[in-house]
Design a protein around this ligand. Structure first.
Ligand SMILES: [Zn+2]
Length: 612
């Protein structure tokens, strides 16, 4: 098999180079670091102890009996890793690791389990999702209107003191073919208490008549900029669906979560992420309150992840909000938190026809979706943020929105020159193929959520019918972006979809549902191989988080952020990737999930927000 050959060849090569005192990295072919960004002073695989000879025999932990997949520049394999403090001090053969074993060293036999760098999620919402799973009416595991209303009624009965019933996680296909929810369904079970339920993708709200009444939404209420009140076409009356910015008409009437509820939400999320082998992430949208929550947990030693926080660009405002971002960056960049990124949301979603398109949606007149930030202002904003050294994290789904974001980065480059900003565009669902090479050319990272790249109902029922045939080819073109030489990073967008990287990896490789939902690869040319998919969840996600110099691969001198899986992903059929379990997650050398017995703890009964 290809992989076996690869393993032994590289091990031999690595062994020879180590014996010869040569860094493997130095031997990397020039194209080997493609996708890994500038290699800089990345430490290599090596047998030379970081602390010199005196450090030998004093590793805290030695894990041996590989396979160890390093994700270094040449994607080499090893058999053993030694950890001292929070750092990796040795990577290589099991024999060489013996020198690191002293009387106090914890020696762990991997027994054929796979060791690799811990995963990094490049786009996730841990606090808002954690709090909605732990402190509201969670609808995630349900799929029909009947199930939703039953759950709402049960939740309301169990929380008689809650003035509002709020929840999350309903699916648009429950209201097929339009995806627009119906207030009457909720009114039937909850006529007197207001109900506000966000869809799983976070772009729509389903409300009852009481909620509309409290928000004062009537026939004469205009649609807000960047949003839509769904209405009866004859009467103009609101039917119970609110899209994008219209959601806040009701949401702002709901009392906010308490500080303690929010902290517990983050604790819930961190526990789940540790279980999935994730030790770093980029929070795709934070408020000042969220920054306080991160700081509180970090101060208490509870923040078991390296976090890049994306500060929210308020689209009703302009460049005057930048001084506030500078102050937040100064105040909150410490410990395991960096407030160094700005999130700009440029459109909505295809399923609700709010994604910004170059040509109109089929059958929708001249409707082309919503560009949220006016393109000239977007250029000014990105140029100013780039100049201040911020990274910009865009949300763009439609081909017009993607182009506007790229144009804005191009404008910033023209003014500021090329900087090491690593701006990235998340979601990137529908492309005009002319824009694909621009990612590499402009140094923009393609931030995909690969779990969405199979032909589920969202695509077959709510997306494809509204697109011309020639445009249907360019949905989530992960393979094309990779072949263009762009850096690809992966993220989950939890709780929009599961935060389990192993499910996402499987879809990136197969373009089929991770749990057998579909059995035909969707746009098979856009599949990528496991090697590239793993890089997008480790070293290249570290690149977008500006920390590939210290995380993202198993190399001497890097932080010991490590995951051990119950099987070797390269030795199983791709359809089994999502069945693989994490048995140990190390964060700076310390277990945050599992322990050194490598016996996987049983998963909790309700893994919230699994699937799409
Ligand atoms: Zn998101």
């Amino acid at each position: 098999m290809r992989i076996r050959v690869h393993v032994s060849t590289v091990l031999l090569l690595a062994g020879w180079l180590v014996a010869a005192g040569v860094s493997v990295l130095a031997a990397a072919p020039p194209d080997a670091s493609r996708g890994a960004g500038p290699a800089g002073a990345t430490p290599g695989v090596g047998g030379t102890p970081a602390g010199g000879k005196e450090a030998k025999g004093r590793a805290d932990v030695v894990l041996h009996g590989g396979p160890v997949y390093t994700v270094d520049a040449v994607r080499s394999w090893a058999e053993a890793v030694a950890i001292k403090g929070d750092r990796i001090v040795y990577v290589g053969g099991s024999k060489g690791a013996a020198a690191w074993i002293g009387p106090k060293t914890k020696v762990v036999d991997l027994g054929g389990r796979m060791l690799l760098p811990a995963f990094q999620d490049a786009h996730i919402h841990p606090i808002s999702s954690g709090v909605s799973v732990s402190a509201s009416c969670a609808l995630y595991d349900l799929t029909t209107k009947e199930q939703y209303t039953k759950k709402v009624a049960e939740y309301a009965a169990a929380h008689p003191a809650s003035a509002w019933i709020r929840g999350d996680g309903w699916l648009l296909p429950a209201f097929a073919p339009t995806g627009i929810p119906d207030k009457r369904v909720l009114d039937a079970v909850m006529p007197n208490r207001p109900v506000y339920l966000e869809s799983k993708d976070g772009h729509s709200a389903w409300v009852n008549s009481k909620a509309l009444e409290i928000a004062g939404i009537t026939r004469s209420t205009p649609d807000p900029a960047g949003g839509r009140i769904d209405r009866d076409p004859k009467t103009g009356e609101a039917v119970g669906g609110l899209q994008d910015s219209a959601m806040s008409l009701v949401a702002e009437k709901i009392p906010p979560y308490t500080v303690e509820e929010r902290r517990n939400g983050l604790r819930h999320a961190l526990k789940m992420l540790a279980r999935y082998g994730i030790t770093s992430f980029q929070d795709a949208s934070v408020s000042q309150d969220d920054l306080e929550v991160y700081r509180a947990l970090d101060a208490g030693g509870e923040l078991t992840a390296r976090v890049v926080a994306s500060l929210w660009w308020e689209r009703k405002e302009g460049l005057e909000q930048i001084p506030g971002f500078l102050a937040q960056r100064r105040t909150f960049t410490r410990g395991n938190l960096r407030a160094t990124t700005i999130k700009i949301m440029q459109d909505g979603v295809l399923e609700a026809q709010t994604a910004a398109l170059l040509k109109p949606y089929v059958g929708k007149g001249d409707q082309k979706g919503l560009a949220m930030v006016e393109p000239e202002l977007l250029k000014q904003a990105v140029t100013a943020l780039d100049k201040e050294g911020f990274q910009v994290h865009f949300h763009a789904i439609g081909d017009a929105a993607i182009r506007q974001c790229l144009d804005a980065v191009e404008a910033a480059r023209r003014t500021n020159g090329a900087r090491d900003a690593r701006h990235h565009i998340a979601h990137i669902q529908l492309f005009d193929p002319a824009d694909i090479p621009r990612f590499r050319a402009l140094g923009v990272v393609a931030n995909f959520q690969p779990l969405w790249a199979f032909a589920d109902d969202y695509i077959t029922e709510l997306t494809l019918p509204f697109l011309d045939a020639d445009r249907q080819r360019w949905i989530y073109p992960i393979g094309s972006l990779l072949r263009s030489g762009a850096v690809i990073a992966f993220g989950s967008d939890w709780s929009v979809s599961s935060a389990n990287p192993l499910e996402e990896l499987e879809v990136a490789v197969t373009r089929m549902g991770p749990n057998g939902e579909t059995t035909t690869p969707y746009l098979p040319d856009e599949r990528i191989d496991l090697r590239d998919a793993l890089a997008a969840f480790t070293l290249d996600a570290a690149y977008v988080n500006h920390q590939e110099d210290r995380t993202g691969s198993i190399e001497v001198g890097k932080l010991a952020d490590i995951v051990v899986l119950d099987r070797n992903l390269f030795a199983i059929p791709p359809g089994q990737i999502s069945d693989t379990k994490v048995v140990l997650t190390l964060f700076g050398g310390k277990p945050i999930f599992g322990d050194f017995t490598l016996q996987a703890p049983a998963a909790p009964a309700a893994a919230a927000a699994a699937g799409r």
